[in-house]
Write a protein that binds this ligand. Sequence first.
Ligand code: PGA
Length: 252
Amino acid sequence: MQNRVPLIAGNWKMHKNCSEAESTAEELVKLVSDVKNVDIMIAPSFVSLALVNKKINGSNISLGAQNIFWEKEGAFTGEISKDMLISAGCTYVIIGHSERRQYFNETDETVNKKIKTTLASGLKPVLCIGETEQERESKKTFSVLDKQIKNGLQSFILEDLDSLSIAYEPVWAIGTGKTATKEQAQEVHNFIRSLISKEFNSKLASAMRIIYGGSVKPDNISQLMNMSDIDGALVGGASLKSETFSKIVKFK
Ligand code: PGA
């Protein structure tokens, strides 16, 4: 894994009301307080961000948002700006999750705008990409990812991308209990790193964190983390219980 610090991120999706989010965060702070050399992030719903931030303040856990809008402010009912996320205590923003692409018309073009806004505001984007089962079966995995990366990162320059992480999340593995094998994940992570190297340069590619998502659990995290191009995990279902998520954070 070279010198890349692993990132283990919990995506709570549309789970937990405010008090549930607060208590989960509080428990997690205690459970992972001894963890070093791993970046830990949790992404609760928007309404819980500021509350969770108070609970994790001063701990080794960072706050992430599940989405962002690119306009600064204005008449955009239901949207959240970078300033709002910063004021709530966010450090990371998850962008282009397959559920947003699938249900909320997220496209490579909107992803591109959101990454731009996120980087310009000093927040750290986590760009999610991944193929569907059908695309994998028809051997389109690499072409789908190639397009998602090239379009998502279109018109960026090298200097922009230091804080970007990429999350490879095969759609067929999300919430299904079907994890990609470590070999399947490694093959794709290696492809992504080579593509970043070709599109930008090898220095950026070897520094960039490429994390895996899709049914990550305490019993499969270590084998994934043993692969040379897997630098962490984006965890959905298994991040909802602090005890379970803490075991993933302590993967060694
Ligand atoms: P999962 O979700 O861990 O429940 O499969 C992962 C994700 O969607 O980020």
